[in-house]
Design a protein around this ligand. Structure first.
Ligand SMILES: Nc1ncnc2c1ncn2[C@@H]1O[C@H](COP(=O)(O)OP(=O)(O)OP(=O)(O)O)[C@@H](O)[C@H]1O
Ligand SMILES: [Mg+2]
Length: 245
């Protein structure tokens, strides 16, 4: 069975302790989110899980057959246009150029980009467009495991919901497993089977929340109700330094 297993993971940058004793398992077909305040070590944790940073202490065992990553800041190649950026992973996998371009165009349209954007270079895209290109580039290769670092943070609310729906459809078919990072508790509740709350200095998991209802049955009311519940949780209030009066 494909899975990602993180055990007793610690990480330092120089003398600064960034992550302490992180333990979790992501099973096939599940969505696991990590939420927590800025600077808490979420991106670092995701990079360690994806093999983009070396593990110093503890272990990360990833048995998923393939994976891809959508970066928080997009990381598009500035000298390639929208379609060529999306097609990168496909070409790296040995897909024929014509097929790669066709698949890339199709997914670009599905993600709300328009034909007139296809030949634009990253410098001519808005922040939200860059995020869509980055997200499309990660999904077009049909990975078994998807690493997402705040992929929707620059999108307006309508577009965000649309792309969330794309993910929900994919998870409903158990095609994909996702390790998801977000600041947005409602987004985490809409998408996740499990949410890990990461508190800062150093980053450590203080609480886990599980959601049983299938994602495609979660309506707005469910998401609002669960968000209201979670916002009253003492660990959430402490972790995000929310002062609810
Ligand atoms: N390459 C690096 N070298 C040194 N320190 C780093 C490096 N990358 C991150 N850090 C530090 O590690 C801490 C955690 O950073 P990280 O990017 O993992 O946080 P985050 O939870 O993703 O924050 P955000 O929500 O703002 O994206 C921060 O204090 C950051 O300054
Ligand atoms: Mg980050």
């Amino acid at each position: 069975m494909e899975r990602l297993e993180v055990k007793k993971l610690h990480h330092h940058f120089g003398f600064t302790e960034i992550l302490r004793d992180i333990n979790f398992t992501l099973e096939k077909g599940k969505v696991l989110s990590i939420v927590g305040p800025s600077g808490g070590g979420k991106t670092t944790l995701l990079h360690l899980c994806a093999g983009l940073l070396d593990v110093e202490e503890g272990s990360v065992e990833n048995s998923f057959i393939s994976s891809s990553f959508a970066f928080q800041e997009g990381r598009l190649l500035p000298w390639k246009n929208v379609i060529d950026n999306i097609a990168l992973g496909l070409l790296a996998k040995g897909e024929k150029t014509a097929v790669a371009v066709e698949k890339s165009k199709k997914i670009a349209l599905r993600f709300g980009l328009e034909e007139e954007d296809f030949n634009k270079f990253p410098k001519d895209l808005s922040g939200g467009m860059k995020q869509r290109v980055s997200f499309a580039r990660a999904l077009v290769v049909e990975p078994s495991l998807l690493f997402l670092d705040e992929p929707f943070s620059a999108l307006d609310i309508g577009l965000k919901k649309e792309l969330q729906t794309v993910l929900i459809e994919m998870t409903a078919q158990k095609e994909i497993s996702i390790l998801f990072i977000t600041h947005d508790l409602m987004e985490a509740i809409r998408l996740s089977d499990e949410i890990l709350l990461l508190k800062a200095d150093p980053g450590h998991i203080v609480k886990r929340f599980s959601y049983e209802l299938p994602q495609n049955e979660r309506d707005n009311k469910y998401v609002y109700n669960e968000s209201a519940k979670i916002l009253q949780d003492e660990e959430i209030i402490n972790t995000f330094e929310l002062e609810l009066k």
